[in-house]
Design a binder for this molecule. Structure first.
Ligand SMILES: [Zn+2]
Length: 300
């Protein structure tokens, strides 16, 4: 796989503009800050194999959280170039990306991620939060419901899928959940991944899979996780995912940074206890769960 993406060093900002004359209301858009065009270039698939779990946990309506993510990892697409105009007080061409796009994409991504995690962690009853069975014209059908919007995905409503639909057992949640993952992943990846022979310095050609933007790369990461091409566990410190590879030890439960953070925090807890503080006081001061503090002091 090969994919590189760039982030402007000065980051982004939100602006309200009319993207075109036909649009009545102004919208909120992410734009690069003006200034020197220095950019950080990175390879999301290699450098950040767990990035999709961070994207899936963004608050879809939080401009602050989205801006923080964009400043670190870049915008989702190549954006739309708009030309200078006096109406919007734009002095030179800029690239814009709608807040709405972020909202919708995070919502769908988070829904997909949550359904997949329910399956992975075998929390099958929790699938009931997202999948409901209903009757339409006397036929049993299921919907997938997004907790972030009023969107309902009726995942089998056309004659082509009737054959597949007949394979589901009424009130089952597992097969419909997997069917949803299959449907959304094929839709999100369609047309956005290229195959390309890339050269090395001696002109040997190697097969490469290339997503066309960061959004597609995130869906590609999700696809690799869902199909089991890559294996992940949840970091016990931060809750984001951690890739398990042949190189990483099986016993690895934390990101390296998280392990360090945990050690520092543990030391801190022991110090506070030695100063005579109670478990409750330590929990309040360190913002750790009470049980964690008690567990660490017992270990010590
Ligand atoms: Zn972690």
């Amino acid at each position: 796989m090969y994919f590189s993406w760039s982030v402007p060093k000065k980051g982004y900002t939100w602006v309200k503009i009319h993207p075109d004359a036909t649009e009545k209301s102004e919208g909120l858009f992410l734009v690069e800050k003006y200034g020197e065009p220095k950019r950080r270039i990175y390879s999301p698939l290699e450098d950040e194999p767990e990035l999709f779990s961070r994207f899936a946990k963004l608050e879809p309506t939080s401009t602050k959280a989205i801006l923080k993510f964009a400043n670190k990892y870049g915008n989702l697409t190549k954006g739309n170039l708009i030309v200078p105009d006096s109406h919007n007080k734009i002095e030179k061409p800029i690239n814009i990306e709608p807040f709405k796009l972020w909202c919708n994409e995070i919502s769908e991504f988070a829904l997909t991620y949550r359904i997949w995690r329910c399956l992975e962690e075998q929390r099958f009853e929790d699938l009931g939060l997202y999948i409901r069975w209903d009757k339409i014209d006397g036929t049993d059908v299921f919907y997938v419901i997004s907790p972030f919007s009023n969107s309902r995905y009726l995942t089998a409503n056309n004659p082509q899928s009737e054959a597949i639909f007949n394979t589901f057992t009424q009130n089952d949640l597992i097969a419909p959940a997997k069917f949803f993952l299959q449907t959304i992943l094929s839709r999100k990846l369609k047309g956005g991944i290229s195959l390309m022979p890339l050269e090395d310095s001696s002109w040997n050609l190697y097969p490469y899979i290339m997503p066309d933007n960061l959004l597609r790369a995130l869906w590609l990461q999700m696809y690799l996780a869902v199909t089991g091409e890559k294996t992940f566990i949840q970091c016990e410190w931060c809750g984001y995912l951690l890739e398990v590879t042949e190189k990483t030890r099986i016993t690895r439960k934390y990101h390296d940074n998280c392990r360090m953070a945990m050690w520092r925090q543990k030391k801190n807890v022991v110090n506070l206890s030695e100063q005579g503080k109670t478990i409750d006081e330590i929990a309040a001061e360190t913002k750790l769960p009470r049980e964690k503090v008690a567990e660490w002091l017992e270990e010590n």
